[in-house]
Design a protein around this ligand. Sequence first.
Ligand code: FES
Ligand code: FES
Length: 213
Amino acid sequence: MASDERESDPKTSLGRLTRRSFLSHVGAATAATAIAPLAHSLAPAQTPASENFSTPTLPGTVGVTLRVNGQSHAIQIDPRATLLDTLRETIHLTGTKKGCDHGQCGACTVHVNGRRINSCLALAAMQLNVEITTIEGIGGPENLHPMQNAFVEHDGLQCGYCTSGQIMSAVAMVKEPWGKTDVDVREAMSGNICRCGAYPNIVASVQAVRRMS
Ligand code: FES
Ligand code: FES
């Protein structure tokens, strides 16, 4: 009997679950069990915005309220959703980019309470009662953040795919206790990969802002 026949046969499904389908079921149940009480226990007392919550409850989702760029977003999400996917696909802030989705490229860098993190490695449902900041939250075309300005002035980008992550990382980095040299900047920014190789101009952009502070 073919393996997909075995999986779809209800009489034998318990005895012959594949390893993949077993782990998928157990993983979903475990995540939902672990996170749902946390999200629901916080919802009534600490998220008054949820009173206006109009999204219908979907099976397998949890209700959470995330603070992003100073605004509250009451949303229903899969408890396994990453912060990156939630920002892009649920809150529709697409400035934060997905590169590797494995914590290796830095394209997804955002701030949580002012500290830089890889949003592809963070569960959205665990980001309650924190301030999340994305590239949209630090400045826009009419009011560029000094770091955005520096990237423009020093050509700190080529294709631009890594740039929002580079800028978010750089904004946090200038407040961290790093040394003054270009080597220090390269080390501090080593979690942000640029496939175009714009590194010299990225360093120049960061150093320009550091000299202003
Ligand atoms: S997409 Fe998050 S580190 Fe690459
Ligand atoms: S500017 Fe293209 S990947 Fe960095």
